[in-house]
Each structure stands twice: as C-alpha cells, then as structure tokens.
Design a protein around this ligand. Structure first.
Ligand code: HPA
Ligand code: ZN
Length: 334
C-alpha cells in the first residue's frame, strides 16, 4: 500500500505556505536577516510544537513567519515545499498565503507574491507541477482590514486565483466577512473558507450561504449535522480534509476516530491535505500513510481521494482532464 500511495498522482488543495517553514530553514533565514529567534536551537523549536488547540499553533505559526522579509525568503520557503511534494507525486498545488501576516510587519505585498510566484513558475517548468495561489484573510482581524488587503491585491490579481478565510475560527463566524467576500466574488476570485475545524456546523452553512464558497476547508464538524451532510453530498461541495493537522490540534483524539472514511462512504467529496506540514508532522504522503494505517481505506478509497483532488481543483478543463488521465493510467497498472 505504501508503494501504491507513493506512485498515486494527487493534488494538494489546502496548504498554508507559511506552515511549510521547517525549523532548519527558519534558523537559516533568521540568521541571514539578523533576527534572533526566541529558541536556542532547532530541537528546542520543534519541542514547542505541542498543541492542544488551534490557537496554540497559531501563536507559534505567526511568530515563525516574522523572520520572512525578502523576496528570496519567500522563494526559498516555497521552493523547499515544492521539492518535497514533487517527490510525493503531487501534480498540482493550491497554495494559501496570509498577506496580512506580512504586510502588517511592513513587508510589501509585491515581495511576498513575487517570491512565491517565482518558485511556482520554476516548479511548472522543472517538474510539470501546476499551481494556483489563494490569499486568505485573517478572521481574528476585522473586516475593514480584509477589505484593505483585497484592494492591495488588485495589482496582483493575475497571480491570485482565489480568496479564503483562516486563523482563529471560534468567535469569528463567516458572516463577519460578508462584504469582503461579496467584493471578491464580484472581482472574479474563486471562494473558499476554513469552516468546521473547531467551529460549529452553522459556520459551514454560513460559508455556503453567505460567503458562497466553492469548497470548505476542513469541514469536520459537518458530521454532527445530518441535513448539512446531505446538502454537501447533493451539491458535491469538496471538503479539504487535513488528517495530521486534526490530530495535532486535537480536533480528533486519534486517527482511528477520524471521520474521513465515513465522509467518503457517505458520498462527500473529501480530499486529503497537509495544512501546515512543518508543524503537524508530515507532508502529503505522510497524511495518506497515516489515514491508511488508521482507517484501512484500501486502494479504491485512496484512488477516490486522488480523483476528488483533481475534480475539486481550480484548474482549466484541459489540465484537469490530463491529470485525471494520468491517474487512470496509473490505476490501470497499479
Ligand atoms: N486553521 C486555521 N487557520 C490556519 C490554519 C488552520 O488549520 N493553518 C494556518 N492558518
Ligand atoms: Zn488550514
């Protein structure tokens, strides 16, 4: 099964580029930028990755991204991630970034987006690995800040496929961002939002009804609400599920209790993703290995997860059909 997963063509649709910041690279970049990290060593930093809920992680995640300053920093971060997932047979990625986590520190929007984009272009050429970029608004900040960010992004619209919503979910419902998502929709962005990671099923309904999302990021708590599950199945709204993230942030107690298998068996369009792999203990294939070990999904469900990832991607029909054909060729021989 390990070899089957390793060779399986797949797409990653829920990945925060700032969450791919490995401690070794963080120390290197901090040193070249003359910044002192509040940890004595790579090992001491890794030890701090012990979370009991989303907020514990976010505090460390925002601290980590503070060392990113130059276009080269953003390039190096993104390029390191792309090399990892290319080895995992990831054929298409949709990368989140948090512009407010950078512009609030005085880093220019252009610096961030150009560094990320240069790495994505190189991966397209060297690995035939396609990509899209999605900018997320930080939901713990107010809507006016998100609107300013949307305005700042206008100049780079050709580099950004969609907008999303992340950060502290509880107490920050989707409806807080009604206007900014309406503006983003009018401007032609794809729309996604984190919902139902820690927040109630109602936040998923709000994301669908008010923000008009095309995919739900996470969506775990939908499983508590039968009529919501039926709706998500009927509308085939993709869920970008993140098993190792859910384990590390105590959304599930252990992976045996993860709802992924049930999601698939109830007809939900679930996909597997790594979220913040440097913090949560694994990249794409590590997530596949972990759920296969815990839930015995079998080849058919694993193949469905890969198929869902291509179906749910924000890519043109030509590329989508090519990737689905690549998957079919692989399955015929595996
Ligand atoms: N949830 C919410 N916000 C985030 C996450 C997450 O898993 N990762 C990075 N920002
Ligand atoms: Zn996320």
């Amino acid at each position: 099964m390990k070899a089957f997963i390793e060779g399986l063509p797949k797409a990653e649709l829920h990945l925060h580029i700032e969450g791919t910041f490995e401690p070794e690279l963080m120390f290197d970049i901090a040193a070249r930028n003359g910044i002192q990290l509040p940890y004595a060593s790579v090992e001491a930093l890794r030890k701090a990755y012990d979370f009991s809920e989303l907020q514990d992680f976010l505090d460390i995640y925002y601290q980590g991204m503070n060392v990113l300053l130059t276009e080269q920093d953003y390039f190096d971060l993104t390029w390191a991630y792309l090399n990892k997932v290319n080895a995992d047979k990831v054929r298409h990625v949709e990368i989140f970034f948090d512009p407010q986590g950078h512009t609030s520190r005085g880093v220019k929007f252009a610096t961030v987006i150009h560094g990320i984009h240069r790495a994505l272009q190189r991966a397209q050429i060297e690995f035939d690995l396609s990509s899209k970029v999605i900018m997320c608004f930080l939901r713990h900040l107010d809507e006016a800040d998100a609107i300013n960010t949307l305005e700042e992004a206008a100049e780079f619209k050709h580099l950004i496929a969609g907008v999303g919503l992340d950060s502290s979910e509880r107490g920050n419902p989707p409806k807080k961002f009604t206007r900014v998502f309406e503006l983003a929709r009018q401007q032609g962005y794809h729309i996604v939002a984190h919902a139902g990671e820690e927040g109630p099923p109602d936040y998923i309904n709000q994301a669908l009804d008010i923000l008009k999302v095309e995919r739900i990021d996470h969506g775990n708590t939908a499983m508590r609400d039968t009529s919501l599950v039926e709706r998500l199945v009927a509308e085939q709204i993709p869920l970008t599920v993140c098993p190792l993230s859910n384990l590390k942030l105590c959304v599930v107690e252990n992976l045996n209790q993860h709802p992924l298998r049930e999601m698939l068996d109830r007809g939900l369009c679930a996909t597997i993703n790594s979220d913040d792999p440097a913090y949560f203990g694994g990249y794409m294939n590590d997530n596949f290995f972990a759920v296969e070990a815990a839930l015995s999904l079998g080849k058919q469900r694993l193949a469905k997860l890969a198929r869902n990832s291509f179906e749910a991607a924000f890519i043109g029909e030509t590329r989508k059909q090519a990737l689905l054909a690549e998957l079919d060729t692989y399955l015929a021989s595996a």
